[in-house]
Design a binder for this molecule. Structure first.
Ligand SMILES: [Zn+2]
Ligand SMILES: [Zn+2]
Ligand SMILES: [Zn+2]
Ligand SMILES: [Zn+2]
Length: 144
């Protein structure tokens, strides 16, 4: 456990802001208490606490009530495609990134065979067909 020598002001561990903070229920880190800013169905990623809760293994592990540390959790690893384990374990919404992410074969678009990153790229999946956003737009309306 780390101890701060001086009266350091708490800051959000993700974006560095020092206002309206709360502690994450999963890992006891300071984070923006900004979940209310999220507009339902906007898919915006403007809320630190929501991002950490929804897009990290840490948040998932806690929500699912797994035991032990998420970094060592078998259930978390088996619950997702290896690619998503890597994304959820190493994206910028983590305070602590996965040290030994699993290897995976990248997925390709069925039409143009471009690589699709499930974590960050949009895609459409139907049966064993997979399309990138250039070949098939998954959203019928723009997200402006
Ligand atoms: Zn923040
Ligand atoms: Zn956490
Ligand atoms: Zn877990
Ligand atoms: Zn494509």
């Amino acid at each position: 456990m780390k101890k701060n020598p001086g009266p350091a002001k708490p800051k959000c561990g993700l974006c560095g802001k020092g206002k309206n903070l709360t502690k994450t229920p999963c890992c006891d880190q300071w984070i923006c208490d900004d979940e209310h800013k999220y507009v339902v169905f906007s898919y915006a990623k403007n809320s630190c606490s929501r991002n950490h809760r929804r897009y990290t293994l840490c948040g998932f592990h806690h929500n699912e009530g797994h035991s032990g540390k998420w970094q060592d959790c078998k259930a978390c690893r088996e619950g997702f495609e290896p690619e998503m384990v890597v994304y959820y374990g190493t994206n910028e919404y983590n305070f602590e990134k996965l040290q030994n992410p699993p290897e995976y074969e990248p997925s390709h678009c069925s039409i143009c065979s471009g690589i699709i990153k499930f974590g960050t790229d949009g895609y459409t999946m139907k049966g064993d067909q997979l399309w990138c956003t250039k070949c098939k737009d998954p959203f019928s309306e723009s997200l402006e």
